[in-house]
Write a new protein. Structure first.
Ligand code: FAD
Length: 359
């Protein structure tokens, strides 16, 4: 679309699970809306995940509003391809107006609307819902010597499977689900693996999966609203014991060492003087929200996130942020949690749109 800016009531940036969940509720509300997505194919970040990644909940608890994810062909826990197939079908089934590939470069304040600048022209929108996820901003912490390492370094986002690690001496960094799953499979082929974490990793009990975590997040959310305290997910543990992780635990491959303090040309070193030679360092150290397109609005707070009330940006009420993590709704960065936040967001957005139209 090149030419005169097009006006819509609601413009959603990103057609991953968060953007699609918003689309579902916008469709039901009969909103005038469009969804722009930078990728040429559907599926959001799941399309880039390593093929053997297992979701931490069974399919029926990994679903967006309106439609259950079908049972996985690969076992109780769906894989990344299952998630892509599900989102692709979801987008079609609800006939969601996704335009792709369109990259949003900047969102700016206009007079009555927000101005959305893209590589396919300009849109004007009364409300923008940003749902661009985190996958696009892998995070690697700085350690002295990081630039001098002569082996290979990669981040979770670059990991494609264990084959490249055959016979290697690998160091896996990070105490979360990605680290545990990647370590579980690398340890079956590598010459040696060393797992390093900042604090002792904690496996959840075998019966706790993503559904149980979502229930806990919900209880905690309601308790917080009522001014009470409740058990949090982190009180239980961090890592879901999907089958591959259980097997690795049972064969003793999940023993963690403290974090190293520096990187040498040929390995890593701890502050007590111990050193370890390695061929490869795998950084399973997470992601940051992809918010660069919102920079012109100058909304970022001191922690790098945008302060919100619910999902609405405090500094720009015409902007909502969806799906980035608990700061944009409890469990909102999961398949099962995205729907509830999207429902509440769209209810608020529709109220805002009608106020603008009446005004
Ligand atoms: P994305 O899926 O990243 O979608 C964002 C979309 O926005 C993309 O299509 C992208 O192209 C587009 N976009 C980005 N920037 C722009 C721009 N400037 N202009 C236009 N379009 C743009 N969740 C679970 O529920 N269960 C799990 O088991 C689970 N396991 C996970 C394992 C890993 C390793 C990771 C990293 C995450 C996992 N998650 C899991 C979390 C979560 O479900 C994903 O992170 C999810 O992909 C987030 O969805 P999203 O829609 O917010 O973002």
């Amino acid at each position: 679309m090149i030419g005169a800016p097009r006006l819509v009531d609601v413009l959603v940036i990103g057609a991953g699970q968060a953007g699609l969940a918003a689309g579902y509720h916008l469709r039901r509300a009969q909103a005038d809306f469009v969804i722009l997505d930078a990728q040429s194919q559907s599926g959001g970040a799941w399309r880039h995940a390593w093929p053997s990644l297992r979701l931490f909940s069974p399919a029926r608890y990994s679903s967006l509003p309106g439609r259950m994810m079908p049972p996985s062909r690969s076992g109780d826990y769906p894989d990344a391809a299952d998630a892509v197939a599900y989102l692709t079908d979801y987008e079609r089934r609800y006939d969601l107006p996704v335009i792709r590939p369109v990259t949003v470069h900047n969102v700016r304040r206009g007079d009555a609307c927000l101005r959305v600048e893209t590589d396919a022209g300009i849109w004007r929108a009364r409300i923008v819902i940003s749902a661009t996820g985190t996958w696009w901003r892998p995070y690697v912490p700085y350690y002295p010597g990081i630039g001098d390492f002569t082996g290979r370094q990669l981040h979770t986002a670059d990991y494609r499977g264990p084959e490249a690690f055959c016979g290697k001496n690998a160091v896996i960094v990070g105490g979360g689900n990605s680290a545990a799953q990647i370590l579980a499979e690398i340890s079956t082929v590598a010459r040696a693996t060393t797992w390093v974490t900042r604090r002792t990793p904690r496996l959840l009990p075998d019966e706790v999966d993503g559904k149980a975590l979502f229930d806990l997040a919900t209880r905690r959310h309601h308790a917080a609203l009522a001014g009470e305290s409740a058990t949090g997910i982190s009180d239980l543990g961090d890592i879901v014991a999907v089958p591959a992780v259980r097997q690795a635990r049972d064969r003793g491959a999940l023993k963690a060492e403290p974090m190293f303090s520096r990187i040498t040309p040929h390995g890593v070193a701890w502050s007590d003087g111990a050193e370890l030679a390695c061929d490869v360092i795998v950084w399973c150290t997470g992601f940051r929200p992809a918010l660069g397109h919102l920079a012109p609005l100058r909304l970022r707070g001191p922690e790098g996130v945008i302060p919100t009330t619910g999902t609405r940006a405090l500094g720009e009420p015409r902007l909502h942020l969806l799906g980035y993590g608990d700061w944009t709704g409890p469990a909102s960065a999961t398949l099962i949690g995205a729907g509830r936040t999207a429902r509440d967001t769209v209810a608020e957005v529709m109220k805002q749109v009608s106020e603008v139209s009446d005004g």
